[in-house]
Design a protein around this ligand. Structure first.
Ligand SMILES: NC(=O)c1ccc[n+]([C@@H]2O[C@H](COP(=O)([O-])OP(=O)(O)OC[C@H]3O[C@@H](n4cnc5c(N)ncnc54)[C@H](OP(=O)(O)O)[C@@H]3O)[C@@H](O)[C@H]2O)c1
Length: 326
């Protein structure tokens, strides 16, 4: 049974489908893919999110090497009403940047997702110094064939977007944005606003930092992907940890959990269409849904921005939150 939340409806591209402002992330970061319990928890999170009106589901062919798409495909196939209620987004990245590679990737995603049409399909990452217009041509062909409805890019610069715009229409840009990472406010978000490109945000909780889940001493195992994230660097993390204490104190004063403040702050920023949050179990999904129902005064958003401004000076701009430039 679908419950009403107070979220407003949005549209990405020319798609007829409307989707909610909060999206369910599908990277299942840190999940042991062999764990039956982990999988059951994620299916429960998806069910809860959808039943509470979170209809935007985001995945990628690269998440778990196709695992995430297959799991969401199984989730939708288990109840025939689910596919029509979901605004489905996926992505692809590869070193083969031909139009054929893109069309092949879209077909493989459709197979794994058990659907004829994917609402939004992104180029997941640019390739430094490469001309990706052939990938865009592949996306436009797939759109004409009815295999996808809207086209997105993710982690692109303004120049890279402008180049693709010569051969097709970009409907959405997915980028990292949160209280601890705001570099795209300078040029990319304004460019999207000007060009009527929807902005979908990832890392809303800054890799879980804004959920307050890390101690002062980080203890990720060797090889954990998080070591490569700028915010966890030795030279940056102590400042983040200090700032987090201030964010937590503000959350306590207001009576709202910091996760809700962080999500709502994003939804109040200029040009933001939809915010993705990864939830790995029912409780997290429920907590994130509640963020949409919170009625937070503007003065609190101003205080959040002020705290964010203070810590931002210690965070180096590495182009994206992962400092990853394939
Ligand atoms: N386009 C891209 O390049 C890109 C990059 C990254 C992500 N994404 C997309 O964005 C989605 C969001 O992922 P993200 O990695 O950016 O995640 P995030 O929103 O920054 O953090 C997600 C993590 O926060 C924790 N969490 C979520 N809700 C919580 C709650 N209510 N209370 C406490 N902890 C909570 C969970 O941590 P635990 O795991 O510890 O439970 C969860 O895994 C991904 O699933 C993916 O779809 C896209």
């Amino acid at each position: 049974m679908t419950e009403n939340t107070n979220q407003s409806l949005v549209q990405i591209g020319r798609s007829e489908k409307f989707n909610a402002r909060l999206g369910m992330g599908g990277s299942f970061y840190g999940l042991d893919h062999a764990s039956a319990q982990g999988e059951a928890d994620i299916l429960a999170a998806m069910e809860t999110a959808l039943d509470k009106g979170i209809t935007h589901f985001d995945t990628a062919s690269g998440y778990g090497n196709g695992y995430s798409e297959r799991l969401i495909g199984r989730f939708m196939a288990a109840d025939s009403s689910r596919r029509e209620r979901i605004f489905l987004a996926s992505k692809f990245a590869s070193d083969d940047i031909s139009a054929q590679a893109m069309i092949k990737a879209i077909d493989a995603s459709r197979d794994r997702l058990q659907t004829d049409m994917i609402d939004l399909y992104y180029i997941h990452w640019p390739r430094t110094g490469k001309d990706l217009r052939p990938l865009m041509e592949g996306l436009e062909t797939a759109r004409q064939q009815g295999k996808i409805q809207a086209i997105g890019v993710s982690n692109f610069s303004v120049e890279q977007m402008a180049q693709l715009g010569e051969v097709g229409r970009i409907d959405a840009h997915q980028l990292g944005y949160n209280l601890l990472w705001r570099y795209d406010e300078a040029d990319i978000i304004p460019y999207c606003v000007e060009n009527n490109i929807s902005v979908v945000v990832y890392s809303a909780l800054a890799h879980g930092i804004l959920a307050g889940k890390y101690a002062r001493e980080l203890d990720f195992v060797k090889g954990d992907q998080r070591w490569s994230i700028t915010l966890f660097r030795d030279s940056v993390w102590p400042r983040i940890y200090e700032a987090l204490e201030d964010f937590k104190a503000l959350a306590e004063q207001t009576g709202y959990p910091l996760t809700q403040l962080a999500i709502q702050w994003l939804l109040h920023q200029r040009g933001i269409t939809s915010v993705l949050v990864g939830a790995k179990n029912k409780a997290q999904a429920l907590a994130n849904v509640q963020a949409l129902q919170a009625d937070i005064p503007d003065s609190v958003f101003n205080e959040l921005t002020a705290l964010s401004d203070q810590v931002s000076q210690y965070i180096p701009d590495e182009g994206n939150p992962f400092g990853y430039h394939p």
